[in-house]
Write a protein that binds this ligand. Structure first.
Ligand SMILES: Nc1ncnc2c1ncn2[C@@H]1O[C@H](COP(=O)(O)OP(=O)(O)O)[C@@H](O)[C@H]1O
Ligand SMILES: [Mg+2]
Length: 261
């Protein structure tokens, strides 16, 4: 079995009287391609924010390779190489795609100031192997020199994920990376993420199970702040609570009831 990267133990987060995340135990192993699904308000984003360090839990602890990181800031967790999330990686919309990638790469790997990079090194590094490869992997060659503000939503999302991947984090954390995208853009994102399976630990938070069921190796279902099922897709769907909430997820999202299972 591969090494455990993250281990959350009895993690609880309250907002006033509301228990958004309720005594959650969760562990993630190296190279897992895992997903957390659940209806709106289930606590997925709050749990995600506890993992990134954006929130500190009221109870419980979070370990990274056995070391307690419960009180570490997001920056400290990023600096440990633990995680990247595209929501924390902002793009420079007036720069080209390739220059955004160069900046992301250098910010992660070299201790150079951003201004120095902007004026001196972008040009030199546009054709570096790693940058050329990532443009290809994320299907962005055609948009290489385009300013980010002219990208489609799908292209921009691919760029943001590519920037997170360039930092080579241990865990790539993605909170609803497919939100707002068309079916073909969703296939595009899952296709590029698929090229990292076996080389990158991936944790995706997703509202709609149908989007990710063929992609994920392991599924965790949250409901009312608790984990109610964890395992394979079929296993999760057999769970009575999941059948109930899965039906709600699909109907809430589509406005029509086509529960499967
Ligand atoms: N910053 C906050 N302040 C108060 N309540 C919050 C906050 N963030 C989330 N909540 C509440 O916590 C619950 C879980 O929300 P969230 O984690 O965003 O769920 P999900 O991502 O699964 O839709 C919801 O009831 C939500 O209204
Ligand atoms: Mg959410």
């Amino acid at each position: 079995m591969s090494a455990e990267i993250i281990n959350a133990q009895g993690v609880t987060k309250r907002f006033g009287g509301l228990v958004a995340v309720d005594r959650v135990d969760y562990s993630l192993r190296e190279y897992e391609v895992a997903g957390i699904i659940g209806s709106n308000g289930a606590g997925k984003t709050t749990f995600f924010n506890l993992l990134t360090g954006y929130y500190a839990p009221d109870e419980g602890k979070i370990l990274h390779k056995g070391q307690d990181i419960t009180r570490m800031t997001p920056q400290e967790r990023v600096a440990r190489g633990l995680m990247r999330t595209f929501q924390l990686t902002s793009t420079f919309d007036n720069l080209s795609v390739v220059d955004n990638l160069v900046l992301a790469f250098f910010r992660a790997h070299r201790k150079s100031s951003l201004l120095h990079l902007l004026f001196n090194t972008c040009k030199k590094h546009r054709s570096e192997d790693r940058i050329v490869a990532i443009l290809e992997t994320f299907d962005l060659q055609h948009a290489r020199d385009r300013q980010v503000r002219h990208l489609s939503l799908g292209e921009k999302r691919r760029l943001e994920i590519a920037m997170a991947v360039l930092a080579e984090p241990e865990v790539l954390l993605l909170d609803e990376p497919l939100a707002g995208l068309s079916e073909s853009e969703i296939r595009g994102i899952l296709d590029v993420l698929g090229r990292h399976v076996g080389r990158q630990t991936i944790l995706i938070v997703e509202h709609k199970i149908s989007h990710v069921k063929d992609f994920l190796q392991r599924l965790t279902v949250m409901h009312d702040g608790r984990i109610i099922a964890d395992g394979g897709y079929e296993e999760c769907l057999r769970h009575p609570e999941v059948r109930k909430s899965y039906w709600q997820i699909d109907t809430a999202a589509e406005g029509e009831g086509h529960a499967t299972g």
